[in-house]
Design a protein around this ligand. Sequence first.
Ligand code: 5CA
Length: 445
Amino acid sequence: MRLSRYFIPVLKETPSDAQIVSHRLMLRAGLIRQEAAGIYAWLPLGHRVLRKIEQIVREEQDRAGAAEMLMPTLQPADLWRESGRYDDYGQEMLRIVDRHKRDLLYGPTNEEMITEIFRSYCRSYKDVPKLLYHIQWKFRDEIRPRFGVMRGREFLMKDAYSFDLDEEAARKSYNRMFVAYLNTFARLGLKSVPMRADTGPIGGDLSHEFIILADTGESEVFCHADLLEMGAPGLDVNFDGDLQPLVDQRTALYAATEEMHDADRFVAEVPEHKRVSARGIEVGHIFNFGTKYSEPMNASVAHPDGKERPVHMGSYGVGVSRLMGGIIEASHDDNGIIWPESVAPYGVGIINMRPGDAACDAACETAYQALSKAGKEPLLDDTEDRAGAKFARMDLIGLPYQIVIGPRGLKEGKIELKVRRSGEKHDLSLDDAIDRLAEGKFANG
Ligand code: 5CA
C-alpha cells in the first residue's frame, strides 16, 4: 500500500478522554473512531489488524476440530423466552421491535440460537459430538462502556458451542477449547493464564477465564508465578488424543480471579516469592454448563439404550476486538504501538525521504515490489511530509520493520533498516535488506 493513497488519520493531540494507553494509541494511530459510546468504526489500519487476529483465532478453532458457521446478529426474542433468559438478561440486552411488532434482540451471545439449530437436526447419539463456532458482532448495552474496544457495547466475539452425549464427553470438548485458547493467545504474542472463574449470566459450574496481565486490566487476579512461564502446548498437539494432562498441568497451580479468590488458600498453596497478585484483562472465557439450555429447550438425543436425554453443552468465547487493546497494552513504548509480526497490519514500512528524487523513488519502488512479492506486505510512505513526521508516524503505527531510503545513503549504496521493537538499526545495501527481510532473518517477536 502507498501511504499517499491510504487512510491513516493520525491524531497529533493525545485524546483527553482515553484513560488507558491502548485506547489512546488506537485513536492516535488512526485504527478506530468512536461513533457512539462503546461503538467504533474500524478504520483501514485497525480493520487489517482485526482481520489478522480473527484469522488466527479461526485457524486455531479449525485445528481443534471446530466447524465454522455464521449466525445472524438479530435474534427472535421467543428463543430467549424458552431458556428463561429474556427477562434475566436485563438492560444489557438491546431489544428491537420490527414493523410487524415482533420482538427481536441484538445478540449478546448465542446459546439459545445454536441450541435451536442443534435440536432441529440432531436426535441421536450418533449425531454427537458437535463443536460449532462463529465470529460475529455482539451487542451488550454495558452501563459503563470504557477503555475503548476493551469494554465496548458492540464488539467482535468468537463464540463456540459444544454438544456431547454426557458429562465425560463434554469435558473432552472443554479441554479441546482450553488447549486451543492457549495456542491462540501465544500466536498473538500474549502470555495467557487460565483462571478459575465465576460463570455469571452464562451459567454452569466449570469455567475458566483466560487472562493476560496488564496494569490497566479491569480485574484483580491472583496466581502462581510459574503459570506465567508455562509455554503454550504447541501447534502439533493431537486434539484427538488425551488432553487432560495438559489441562491438569495448568490447573494444578493456584490461579483465580477476584470473584473466585480465596486468600487463605492462596497463602497456603503458593510460596510467598511465587505469589503474583496483579491486574488482568480477560481475553477468553470458557464454560461447561451441562444441560442448562438443552433441558428447557428440549435439545435431547436418544442414547444407545433408547432413552432420550438432554445433551451436555459448553460455550467458549474469545474477545476478538478486545484482543487488539490487549495486544497493545502488552506491546508498546513511548513512541507508539509495537505489533507482533503475526498481527501487524503491514510487515514493513518503507520511508522515502525524498519523493521526487529519481534515485530515491527507484530504490523505494524496487523495495516495494520485491517485498510485496515476498509476501511482506510493505507500506510505502511516499508522502511529502517532513522527515520527523514520517519517522514519528511510522513508530506510532508500530510496523515490525522500517526501511529508510534517503539520497545521502543511496550515494554510498546504503539504506537503513530499523527493527521497531529493539530500535536496532542496520546500514545495509538495499538488496541485503530485502533478502534478509524476505527470509525473516530478524528476530522481532
Ligand atoms: N457465551 C459465552 C461464551 S461464548 C460468553 O458470552 N462469554 S463472555 O461473556 O465471557 O464473553 C466472551 C468474551 O468476549 C470475553 O472473555 C471477553 O473477552 C469478550 N467480551 C465480553 N464483553 C465484552 C465487551 N463489552 N467488550 C469487548 N469484549 C467483550
